[in-house]
Design a protein around this ligand. Structure first.
Ligand code: CO8
Length: 264
């Protein structure tokens, strides 16, 4: 049950069906150091490979989800250091996780923190959530999808306003209204995390291979146009007919009972 890490906690919750990753550098507002992101990716990959786990929740300890990439760590890098080492490239591994990832955004999600949340499949916002892309205040630009994903979530004008000013953060209510978050959970962080775990548990009850195909199909809409996207969706839809779980799901409906998925 869970591996020991320095900057995060990885635990199994939700009756063994949900992986929980808690960013735990509260004194640095969970700034995403290289070491922390290596641990996040390691924990996500371990949960992805674990047969009983159906979905993953990521949250932050303290008043931030994550206040961005670690500024102290990157401030002296040269262009050549950054380019040659591709120092943020490994973050992309988050998007290769097959199981759904829910970001429970408890507080500041700024810069790389906002980008990490947007790499997840579902964002649930706590009432203190604040989304922003403050990179321009530091003389740089978002580097791990902020200029690409934010515009798709909140539209061009609002995304430009956030990116170009580095200010005008977006609160929880607005994030939910615009579809960046699926909902706002009022109250304490515990309530937010409980709600995210409960959603993850609900997803875990579905057939895991079918969930993975559905996630892949929805994410295809980010990458390609409609005609090609629908074509790929249909191939994945046909593929489900090769699963026992499709036979079970449809038989259960006809027999007026609950399905028992075997993840096969
Ligand atoms: N990196 C390193 N340390 C940080 C960061 C950060 N991003 N954010 C906060 N901290 C530290 C502070 O330095 C402070 O440390 P100390 O106590 O040692 O001085 C501690 O956390 C607490 O922070 P504050 O005292 O500033 O807390 P406040 O409540 O007064 O302010 C804010 C909270 C508004 C969130 C403020 O901390 C802030 O503006 N932080 C920086 C936010 C930011 O600019 N983020 C973007 C970073 S750039 C980025 O993410 C680029 C991503 C591109 C991909 C690159 C991947 C490597």
């Amino acid at each position: 049950e869970g591996k020991e890490y320095e900057s995060i906690h990885a635990t199994i919750v939700g009756d063994g069906t949900v992986g929980l990753v808690t960013l735990d550098r509260p004194k640095a507002l969970n700034a995403l150091s290289h070491a922390l992101m290596v641990e996040v990716v390691d924990a996500l990959q371990a949960f992805d490979a674990s047969p009983k786990i159906g979905a993953i929740v990521i949250t932050g300890k303290g008043k931030a989800f994550a206040a961005g990439a670690d500024i102290k760590e990157m401030k002296d890098k040269t262009f050549v250091d950054a380019y040659a080492s591709r120092f943020v490239h490994h973050w992309n591994a988050v998007t290769a996780i097959r199981k759904p990832i829910i970001a429970a955004v408890n507080g500041y999600a700024l810069g790389g923190g906002c980008e990490l949340a947007m790499m997840c499949d579902i964002i649930i916002a706590g009432e203190r959530a604040q989304f922003g892309q403050p990179e321009l205040n530091l003389g740089t630009i978002p580097g791990i999808g902020g200029t690409q994903r934010l515009i798709r979530e909140v539209g061009k004008s609002r995304a430009m306003e956030m990116v170009l000013t580095g200010k005008h953060f977006m609160g929880a209510q607005e994030a939910a209204q615009r579809g960046l978050a699926c909902r706002v959970v009022p109250g304490e962080d515990e309530a937010l995390v409980a709600e995210a775990i409960s959603l993850a548990k609900e997803i875990s009850k579905q057939s895991k291979p079918v969930v993975a195909l559905a996630k892949e199909s929805v994410n295809t809409a980010y990458e390609i146009g409609l005609t090609e996207g629908v074509r790929r969706e249909q191939v994945l839809f046909y593929a489900t007919f090769g699963l026992q779980d499709q036979k079970e799901g449809m038989s259960a409906f006809v027999e007026k009972r609950s399905p028992e998925f075997k993840d096969k």
